[in-house]
Design a protein around this ligand. Structure first.
Ligand code: ZN
Length: 138
């Protein structure tokens, strides 16, 4: 069995963003040379998500507005976590949107449904963050 590991890095200029990272993950898969196996993608941070959904800007705006209703950023004083920091909402948004994506690799490709793409969800940006890509298989 082969294994491959790489860290991607992102420095999002805004507090929140959704980024399609499918091309970077496909590049990792090509570098790995693995044709059959599994790929795991997860942020190495607790205020960001990796998830799979549709690359559609209206949907991403809907997510952002929905997440703001579930866990509004302001007022920051409403959260017990926000003593010396202001990112309690980001921890909660990450919890809702999930930690990782796992995708099957078949014949050297991500074995996706028609509209599936991999996204990095940032909820406390404006600093460098890492995303782990781990691929196992042969
Ligand atoms: Zn925090």
């Amino acid at each position: 069995m082969k294994s491959y590991r790489k860290e991607l890095s992102f420095n999002v200029p805004t507090r929140r963003a959704f980024i399609n990272i499918t091309p970077q993950v496909e590049q990792c898969l090509a570098e790995s040379g693995i044709k059959e196996g599994l790929i795991l993608v997860n942020p190495m941070h607790i205020t960001a998500s990796v998830f799979i959904n549709d690359d559609e800007s209206g949907l991403h705006q809907d997510y952002d507005e929905w997440l703001e209703r579930v866990a509004p950023h302001e007022p920051v004083s409403q959260y017990r976590h926000n003593v010396g920091e202001d990112n309690a909402d980001a921890h909660m948004k990450r919890q809702v949107m999930g930690r990782e994506a796992v995708v099957a690799v078949t014949e050297g490709k991500l074995d996706f449904g028609t509209w599936e793409r991999i996204f990095y969800g940032e909820f406390d940006g404006r600093r460098k963050k890492r995303v782990l890509v781990k691929i196992i298989g042969e």
